[in-house]
Design a protein around this ligand. Structure first.
Ligand SMILES: Cc1cc2nc3c(=O)[nH]c(=O)nc-3n(C[C@H](O)[C@H](O)[C@H](O)COP(=O)(O)OP(=O)(O)OC[C@H]3O[C@@H](n4cnc5c(N)ncnc54)[C@H](O)[C@@H]3O)c2cc1C
Ligand SMILES: NC(=O)c1ccc[n+]([C@@H]2O[C@H](COP(=O)([O-])OP(=O)(O)OC[C@H]3O[C@@H](n4cnc5c(N)ncnc54)[C@H](OP(=O)(O)O)[C@@H]3O)[C@@H](O)[C@H]2O)c1
Length: 376
């Protein structure tokens, strides 16, 4: 079957409606829907209103329209509980309201651009490195169908795409180092990439992965190695800490009698043989670069989480936090984890100090930027 190409044109030139600039035409329908438009978005009220116009079934149309009434508190609440909180994507709306028949051009007009995803760099790159490669650590996001949510598996767009790239790239020649880009060049390249997305298919050397570096604002591990740090990571949250430990190792190699302040890493993942991705962490421990405590949640019938490991080191943690001005970093996916780690730290402070100041202390460290989070 040949590739069908089309060009979108605004039919009514007097209308303000423009073809969204993020759709680079001409392109195939598949490219528009897989590379430019976010079919997997959580539809806004505006999108739902448009969909209701195209629902052939009047009950479906009315139900959708009801969700969009911003003057009604009840409707606002319904939108939150039915769409936002269960993360109903546009695709699941189409499934739930099968009478919606929206013309392709209008659909493309209302779909937002696929948003960028953030990934932490997980290695340390010394200046003038002979082998300047950035490493990222990512887990593949797939959510099984659930009754109230989606009728089909929810495949994370970017992580599954990168998985596919990684798989295919293995079969290709390595990328020559002269193709590595400076940040400003990367920005230009991204524009180029978007213009030529269909041309950016595998060459002999690999793929372009368009990257825009983002300056970290707060979550910055101290370059000054006399500052003690307590790092708490779950899953892919290990990324920035691995880079930091590589940095400590590099500095120690450069200046062998360099005094390193205490560094503690509490790392939780599922199983030592499945997702404990960096055995080098154990070497860092043996080399005295970090005190590593691992918590494997699926090794034994009883789950072990990082909170338990923190409690086991209560006294040391307390002294580092309260008397040595240690900085505390937490990184990982689960919001629940962060909430629970905070509570653990508060209870450690209260128990060790025999007071109830844990809450206030933690709040003051947060405002002093001594307690930092990178969560998603
Ligand atoms: C600062 C930062 C650093 C990060 N670092 C890492 C890292 O080092 N490693 C790592 O693995 N991940 C990291 N992440 C998470 C990463 O950016 C992605 O969110 C993750 O990989 C999933 O992306 P995806 O495209 O595969 O999934 P998505 O396609 O984004 O889907 C993920 C879930 O979000 C829902 N969803 C989709 N669109 C929306 C929307 N518009 N609004 C709300 N929900 C929506 C989907 O239904 C699905 O349930 C980081 C995130 C941040 C913010
Ligand atoms: N890690 C993997 O092997 C893997 C594989 C495929 C897909 N994924 C998916 O990728 C996404 C992120 O994966 P990830 O590796 O970054 O993280 P993750 O595997 O979801 O979590 C990392 C660790 O944190 C634990 N954890 C969960 N809730 C916690 C809490 N409240 N307090 C403390 N620890 C907690 C997990 O334990 P439990 O999960 O055992 O409770 C696990 O040991 C998830 O959606 C996951 O489903 C992960």
């Amino acid at each position: 079957m040949g590739i069908k190409r089309f060009t979108l044109e605004a039919l009514d030139v007097n209308k303000k409606d423009q073809i969204p600039t993020h759709i680079r035409t001409p392109c195939s329908v598949r490219t528009a829907l897989t590379c430019f438009c976010d079919l997997n978005c959580i539809p806004t009220r505006n999108i739902i209103r448009v969909l209701s116009d195209y629902a052939k079934d009047s009950t479906e149309a009315q139900t959708l329209l009801n969700l969009t009434d911003i003057s009604s508190i009840e409707a606002k609440q319904q939108y939150i509980t039915q769409i936002e909180t269960p993360k109903q994507t546009l695709l699941s709306i189409f499934q739930k309201y099968p009478s919606i028949e929206i013309p392709l051009d209008h659909l493309l007009e209302i779909l937002p651009i696929i948003p960028k995803r953030y990934y932490s760099i997980s290695n340390y790159l010394p200046e003038n490195s002979p082998n300047p490669q950035l490493e990222f650590t990512f887990s593949i996001f797939n959510q099984s169908p659930s009754e109230e949510n989606h009728a089909f598996t929810d495949y994370g767009i970017c992580s599954n795409w990168m998985k596919q790239l990684a798989k295919e790239a293995k079969q290709l020649d390595p990328l020559p180092t002269d193709t590595l880009m400076s940040p400003s060049r990367a920005l230009e390249e991204e524009k180029l990439f978007l213009n030529n997305i269909e041309l950016a298919l595998p060459s002999n050397h690999g793929y372009y992965l368009p990257i825009i570096p983002r300056n970290i604002t707060n979550f910055r591990l101290p370059l000054d190695l006399s500052i003690p740090v307590i790092m708490v990571a779950t899953g892919t949250g290990i990324s920035p800490f691995r880079g930091y430990l590589q940095y400590r190792k590099y500095q120690k190699q450069k200046v062998p009698n360099l005094e390193l302040a205490d560094a503690w890493l509490f790392y939780g993942c599922r199983h030592p043989e499945r997702d404990f991705l960096f055995p080098e962490l154990e070497n860092f421990g043996q080399e005295g670069l970090v005190n590593l405590r691992t918590a494997f949640s699926r090794l034994n019938p009883d789950k072990v989480y990082v909170q338990q490991r923190l409690r086991e080191e209560s006294n040391i943690i307390y002294n580092l936090m309260v008397y040595k001005n240690a900085r505390i970093y937490i990184c990982g996916e689960a919001n629940e984890m962060v909430k629970s780690v905070k509570e653990t730290l508060i209870s450690i402070i209260n128990a060790e100090s025999h007071k109830t100041t844990g809450n206030d202390l933690l709040a003051s460290w947060i405002s002093e930027k001594r307690f930092l989070l990178d969560i998603w």
